[in-house]
Design a protein around this ligand. Sequence first.
Ligand SMILES: Cc1ncc(COP(=O)(O)O)c(C=O)c1O
Length: 425
Amino acid sequence: MIVELRRSMLDPRLSVMGFLNEAVLRYPSAINFGPGRPSERHFRVEDSLQSIERFVAHRAKALGWDHERVFADLGQYGRTQGIIADLVARQLAVDEGMEIDPASIVLTAGCQEAMALVLMGLFEPDRDVLLVSDPTYIGITHLAHILGIAVHPVPTGPNGLEAEKVVEAAEAIRRQGKRPKAVYLIPDFDNPRGSSMPLSARKALLAAARDRELLIIEDNPYGMFAYDGPPEPTLKQLDPNGGVIYLGSFSKTLFPGLRVGYLIADQEVDVGGRRTPLAEELAKIKSLTTVNTSALLQAVVGGVLLDFDASLRPLMKDKLPFYRANRDQMLTSLEAHCARFEGVRWNRPRGGFFLTVELPFEFGTDRLKLCAEEHGVIVCPMSFFSLGPGTDKEIRLSFSSLQREQIETGIARLARFIDATLGAC
Ligand SMILES: Cc1ncc(COP(=O)(O)O)c(C=O)c1O
């Protein structure tokens, strides 16, 4: 039987990352700057599982239950909003200085599910438009395409999203009779560009969004990976007006196999003349998708947080020198091998997993394959992450999961590819 897929699934943009995965499988010995994965050397998976006991003891005490009952409860269907919101709120207070009411937190199956809940819960596909910083994380743009939600790319500069560009885009959308509902961005150590927004740009964006009743969806999986001093305050921290929905994840700070993330939605909604918390309404969708985030995996995260007095900073202490050294290695290798090429430039990310290189020629799927096949290095065309023009000559390099020697070898190979391509142009 031939089954008809939903039309939005046929969008060719959805298969763009397939090229990258195909290249990885076909050229297993190539050095791979493609995936934005955390390094496994810091996962502590076994140790983290031991922390469940700690969480169980904590919960037993809090609820006045014995351990057996707490364990049985972890095996049962659980509360839709999750069981560790109080610990997540404490972690955000300790590590980020954010005062968050635990009732506004929904624990999700990774931050990816948080995006799905926000898009499904807030957007009328025939009327509402999602603005995104462009290029951006395709997890949100592809999901919006599948859900039939229109996405409007707002081009970013070296310092991320600019308020004036968001205003221009919102006005253009309104002129078309549509409603700009929210703008999605990653203000800290952005995926894919590695850029960060300065404080003044954050304040300007908050003011512009407030004046235009535009919600902000702030995604912050990399904020703890700051290599040159603390990051700027989050948009959520700077916003007293409830204009920001915040998305968080333990995938990078702990490990992605947990599939534990969360959203913070402290806004209210009007349901038939009655005000209710947005978090509760979004949780209703979750009750129909994943029902609840695995209580066992929340117990792992909860236990780890309890082990470290609700802070992730002690764990980051081990990780940061590794990631910083990788970032520095990539910058050193680029300087050594690529500075001689006219028109090759790169940014210096102050944190996160990614760096952008501008090339003097276009780099798409053909060159991705050629580079992997003939030079043994895989890099990601920036255009994979973009809905607008202007990124055809950029590539994204991830430095997060490689050894320093691999980074040096990979950049030397990239330089040979650039040399060969310039010679052939
Ligand atoms: C910007 C951004 N948001 C969200 C995610 C997904 O996070 P999670 O593993 O929590 O679903 C990623 C993963 O790479 C990401 O880069």
